[in-house]
Design a binder for this molecule. Structure first.
Ligand code: HEM
Length: 417
C-alpha cells in the first residue's frame, strides 16, 4: 500500500517490479540523472548546504551565551540532507521565506516530517498487503496517514515541477541548472520526452526518500556513539586535522583520505541501519541459496540487523569499533559499500543502490563537517548519550542532543552570520 501510494502507482525505480517500467526509469537515472558528470556539475550546490549546516550550528552557539549550545543533531542532519537534495533537484533550500540563521522554516520542517512518515510506513507490516481485499477498510489506519503525508509532499513539489515544465515549453529557460531540468530534458530513442509529467513527479519524490534518511541517520548514530567514546571522536578529529588542517573547510575532494572518518560511518551503517529489512524482493526464478531451496515467486526479506550484528561474522566485541574496517593499517581505501552483504549499506546486484557515490559523499561530508567545525560533549545535565533504539523503528529513541562549541580558530572561518 505505502509503496503504491508513494510511487504514484509503482512508477518509480526502487519499488517497481523488474520489467519495462523499471528498465525505462533506471536507464534515465543512469544516463541523465546520477551520472558522474552531473554530480560534478552540482558540487557547488552540495557544498553550499554543508556550509549552511556549519552556519546553522554556529549561529545557535553564538546566540546562546556566545560560545556553546546544545544542538539537536537529528534536526540539523536531516535538514542538511534535505537541503542538499532539494538544491540538487529544485535549486532551492527553502520552499518559503526560510530562516536567516540557516535553519528550516516551518515548510521544511513539515516536508521532512512527511518524508519520514512515508518512509516509516514503507517498511511497516499491514494485513492488507497480504490480503488485498482488506485494503478499503484501512484497518491499521496507515492508508490515511500515508495519503496525507503524500499530499503534503506533492503540495510542495508539484507546483514547482509544473511551473518548470511550463518555463521550458515557453522558451523561458535555455540551460539546465538542476536535476529537475535534466528529468524534463531527458529524451527517448525517438527524441520524445523520456518521462511523463507523472513519472517526473514520482521520481523526484522517490529521490527525496532515497537520499534523506540513510546519510542523516548514519551521521546521527555515529556522532552519538563517538560522543560516548571520546577517544574515537578524538581520532576522527585528528585525521581531519592531518588531512585538511584548520584553515579551510573539508571538501568532497578530501574524502578519499578520510579512512578513519569513513570507518566511523561504515560502523554506523553496520550496527544502526535505518530499517530491520532491506527493500522487499520477489525471486523471479527457482534458486538455491546457502543450500536452501527458494521457489520462484518467493517474497524475500533480507534482514539488515541480523547480518550486521552477527557475532560469527564480526567477532566480539560487537559494539561501535571503527577500527574493524581499517584494512592493513589503512593502506587500502575504506568505502561505505559492502558487496559481500556482511551488513547492508547500499546492497548489491541488479537492484542495488544507484546512489552509492552521492550517498557516500553526503554521509561523509555531514559527519566530517560536524567533527571539524565543533567540539562535542554530552549535555551537562546528562551522564552520557542515551543510545536506546526507538520501539517503532531503528532511529535513536530520542533525537540526539549534544553540546557544541566552535573548534576552528578565528570567527572568519565560519560562514557569515
Ligand atoms: C547513504 C546513502 C544511501 C544508502 C545507504 C542507500 C541504500 C540503498 C539500499 C539498501 C537500496 C536497496 C537495494 C536492494 O533492494 O537490494 C537502495 C536502492 C536504491 N537507491 Fe539508495 N541508498 C543511499 C542513497 C541513495 C541516493 C543518494 C540515491 C540517488 C539519488 C539512491 C538511489 C537508489 C535507487 C534508485 C535505488 C533502487 C535501485 C533499483 O531498485 O533498481 N540511493 N539504496
Amino acid at each position: 500500500m505505502a509503496t503504491e501510494y508513494s510511487s504514484r502507482g509503482f512508477l518509480t525505480i526502487a519499488v517497481v517490479p523488474w520489467g519495462d517500467q523499471w528498465k525505462k526509469m533506471r536507464k534515465v537515472m543512469a544516463s541523465e540523472i546520477i551520472t558522474a558528470a552531473r554530480l560534478r556539475s552540482l558540487l557547488d550546490k552540495r557544498t553550499e548546504e554543508v556550509d549552511n549546516l556549519v552556519r546553522f550550528i554556529y549561529n545557535q552557539c553564538k546566540s546562546n551565551s556566545g560560545s556553546s549550545a546544545v544542538i539537536n543533531l537529528r534536526l540539523a542532519a536531516r535538514q542538511c540532507t534535505g537541503n542538499v537534495i532539494r538544491k540538487m533537484l529544485f535549486n532551492r533550500r527553502y520552499f518559503g521565506e526560510g530562516r536567516k540563521d540557516g535553519g528550516p522554516g516551518y515548510e521544511e520542517v513539515e516536508y521532512i516530517e512527511s518524508v519520514f512518515t512515508v518512509l516509516r510506513h514503507l517498511y511497516s507490516f499491514i494485513l492488507s498487503d497480504y490480503l488485498p481485499w482488506l485494503r478499503p477498510l484501512d484497518l491499521e489506519g496507515h492508508g490515511k496517514i500515508v495519503s496525507e503525508a503524500m499530499k503534503v509532499l506533492n503540495g510542495y513539489n508539484d507546483p514547482l515541477i509544473d511551473k518548470r515544465i511550463k518555463e521550458w515549453k515557453d522558451g523561458k529557460r535555455k540551460e539546465p541548472e538542476d536535476l529537475l531540468d535534466a528529468f524534463i530534458l531527458a529524451k527517448d530513442s525517438e527524441g520524445k520526452p523520456a518521462l511523463s509529467v507523472e513519472e517526473i513527479k514520482a521520481q523526484c519524490t522517490e529521490m527525496m526518500f532515497a537520499t534523506l534518511d540513510n546519510p542523516s541517520n548514519a551521521a546521527e548514530w555515529a556522532m552519538a556513539e563517538m560522543i560516548n567514546q571520546p577517544e574515537i571522536l578524538q581520532k576522527a578529529t585528528e585525521e581531519i586535522e592531518r588531512v585538511v588542517g584548520n584553515q579551510r573547510w573539508v571538501q568532497e575532494s578530501d574524502i578519499p583520505r578520510f579512512n578513519y572518518v569513513k570507518s566511523c560511518a561504515r560502523e554506523a551503517f553496520r550496527i544502526h541501519p535505518i530499517s530491520p529489512f532491506n527493500l522487499p524482493h520477489v525471486s523471479n526464478a527457482d534458486a538455491i541459496v546457502s543450500g536452501y531451496f527458494i521457489p520462484k515467486g518467493s517474497h524475500v526479506l533480507l534482514s539488515r540487523l541480523g547480518l550486521g550484528r552477527n557475532p560469527k561474522v564480526w567477532d566480539e566485541p560487537l559494539g561501535f569499533k571503527p577500527e574493524r574496517h581499517l584494512k592493513d593499517g589503512c593502506i587500502e581505501e575504506v568505502d561505505l559499500t559492502e558487496t559481500e552483504l556482511r551488513f547492508i549499506s547500499f546492497s548489491t546486484g541488479r537492484r542495488g543502490c544507484m546512489g552509492v557515490a552521492l550517498g557516500s559523499a553526503m554521509t561523509v561530508m555531514v559527519l566530517a563537517r560536524l567533527i571539524q567545525g565543533f567540539s562535542w560533549k554530552v549535555p551537562s545535565n546528562e551522564a552520557n548519550i542515551d543510545l536506546s533504539v526507538s520501539e517503532n523503528d531503528l532511529f535513536m529513541a530520542k533525537p540526539l542532543h549534544a553540546m557544541a562549541k566552535p573548534r576552528l580558530p578565528g570567527e572568519q572561518l565560519y560562514p557569515p552570520y
